[in-house]
Design a protein around this ligand. Sequence first.
Ligand SMILES: [Zn+2]
Length: 232
Amino acid sequence: MDARGWTEEETRLRKAIVSVAKLCFERKLIVGADGNFSAMTSQGTILITPAGAMKGFLEPHHIAHIDRTGRPIDDGPKASSEVGIHLVSYRERPDIRAICHAHPPHAVAMTIAEIDLQLPVIPEIIVTIGGIPTAPFGTPGTPELPETIREIIRCSDTVLMKNHGSVTVGPNIMDAFKKLDMLEHTARILWLAHVARGGLSPLPDESVRKLLESRSALGIRTRNTLENRCGM
Ligand SMILES: [Zn+2]
């Protein structure tokens, strides 16, 4: 414990959340006071970015500390208004320890334009996460929003919320960030291709099958939405 009462683990997680939030702000995956980021401690409590703040300019002491029902466990900062997204995701996915919620512009534009990011086009995405399913629209700041992702987060680590943003989850905050970064990069490539050609063609079934088969040789055992038919 340090002078603030933080364990070594808590200090490490607070610093990691601050770093990832800053990275997302710099990479324009969030702007203004957008987005929220959390990590779970080995005690099962949740460290989460605070309500209203600009997430690119946080310090470790700005992070809120809550239990798994959302109740504050100290008299520190108030948790994000979108805490429900995090509570639902941790409840549905006992295997995860971190969550990024961001507003990646190309990926959100794809949901508005109703272009399906499940389409198998990019080999790296087919082999890893499969595709990116989109949850139906839910009003931000209301209990409706977390309910829209409850089903889909069970079968995918990478989810889009229509007209709004993304939720990516993983065993640590860097892994959840990696999936967010991949999601936006994929959406950007597909957007450029869509604009250049006026549509997108999936890879042939045979190529998709070979790529999915290569997962076991590469030792990739993470959830894959083409294998588990998530959101289809
Ligand atoms: Zn949002």
